[in-house]
Design a protein around this ligand. Structure first.
Ligand code: TYM
Length: 331
């Protein structure tokens, strides 16, 4: 029988998931669970590259797990777990780090951006972040990585590291493919629509969080920056409107063209009201599921413990091979 493809992806538990995270990544995760062996990880060690308050961090990490489940990911079909519960991630990260050049890491645009934003804490974890990400992916012999466009450069580095390792030590890792949605791979900030929507944006009006209340969603979309053309068109010259059409399209399944023709001749006010309604309709069941999961900490614990156990076994199989290939003495 043909081996089912392995899918791996994750999100950093900081703040709360955004509509960008959902449309760029989680929506595809759910879609892929049907025909693939999927691992969806909460990459808590990656979050430590920025200082976290320990109490708050624990809460956010658990809340992320509930948000994964509330987005519809089935814990029976997928392996859902915390990165820090499977120590092979850091072990492989060290080994891959010894096969990654400083020059390659210097080229990473996210490192440059993040070090600009965290000038008082440009730590070495921030620099080697993409190596840990490569380890996350390669540890499970992943074929497909569903992510948003901002992760493309990290994925390319992962592919280079995998190919280099295979060349030096023998065929070990499949070369993973990136999987991005056709539309929605980069949801933009509502306030600066030429910048991506980000969890860490200081301007709260820029970002729709999956945890936002209905009133807040309406306010944020009403305030979204548009233009003075007053034509609902899907084009780069109107990035604010283009972004709202993208959101509308991704949450309803209508194509961008269908949204445009539905609102032909209509004003921005009405289009914004309807877009807010579409987002609210999507968030309502999400919110209800989230609250149900948060009321059931035993279930949450069962999901992440079972997930870690299953991930551990797969990870150890790969590590036995990697240790062998590298000439490390087996335990
Ligand atoms: P993170 O936590 O920043 O984001 C999680 C996922 O959401 C996507 N995303 C977006 N998609 C569309 N529009 C946006 N505005 C938007 N913002 C974020 C991201 O592309 C990502 O898919 N480095 C990763 C986490 C990670 C990972 C991995 C991912 C660590 N190891 C292994 C895949 C495989 C990150 O910081 O994602």
């Amino acid at each position: 029988m043909k081996r089912k493809k392995v899918v791996f992806s994750g999100a950093q538990p900081t703040g709360s998931l955004t509509l960008g995270n959902y449309i760029g990544a989680l929506q595809n995760w759910k879609f892929l669970e049907k025909e693939h062996n999927c691992l969806y990880c909460i990459v808590d060690l990656h979050s430590l590259t920025v200082r976290q308050d320990p109490e708050e961090f624990r809460k956010i990490s658990l809340s992320f797990l509930a948000q994964y489940l509330a987005s519809g990911l089935d814990p029976e079909k997928n392996i859902i777990f915390f990165q820090s519960h499977v120590p092979q991630h850091t072990e492989l990260s060290w080994i891959l780090g010894c096969n990654t050049y400083v020059g390659e890491l210097n080229r990473m645009t996210q490192f440059k951006d993040k070090s600009e934003r965290n000038r008082d804490n440009v730590n070495s974890g921030l620099f080697t972040y993409p190596v840990l990400m490569a380890a996350d992916i390669l540890l499970y012999k992943t074929d497909l990585v569903p992510v948003g466009e901002d992760q493309k450069q990290h994925l390319e580095l992962t592919r280079d590291i995998a190919a280099r390792f295979n060349n030096l030590y023998g065929e070990t890792f499949p070369i993973p493919e990136i999987y991005t949605p056709k539309i929605g791979a980069k949801i933009m900030s509502l306030q600066e629509p030429t910048k991506k929507m980000s969890k860490s944006d200081e301007n709260l009006n820029s970002t729709i969080l999956l945890m936002d209340s209905e009133d807040i969603v309406v306010k944020k979309i009403k305030r979204a920056v548009t233009d003075s053309e007053n034509v609902i068109a899907y084009r780069d010259e109107q990035p604010g409107i283009k972004n709202l059409i993208t959101i509308y399209s991704c949450l309803t399944g209508l194509s961008a063209e269908e949204v445009v023709s539905k609102y032909e001749g209509k004003g921005y006010g009405m289009f914004k009201t309807d877009t807010a309604e579409v987002v609210i309709e999507f968030l309502r069941p999400f919110r209800k599921n989230y609250e149900d999961y948060m009321r059931n900490p035993d279930f949450i614990e069962k999901v992440y413990k079972t997930g870690a156990q299953r991930a551990y076994e797969l990870a150890e199989d790969t590590m036995i091979l990697v240790r062998e290939r590298m000439g490390l003495i087996q335990k």
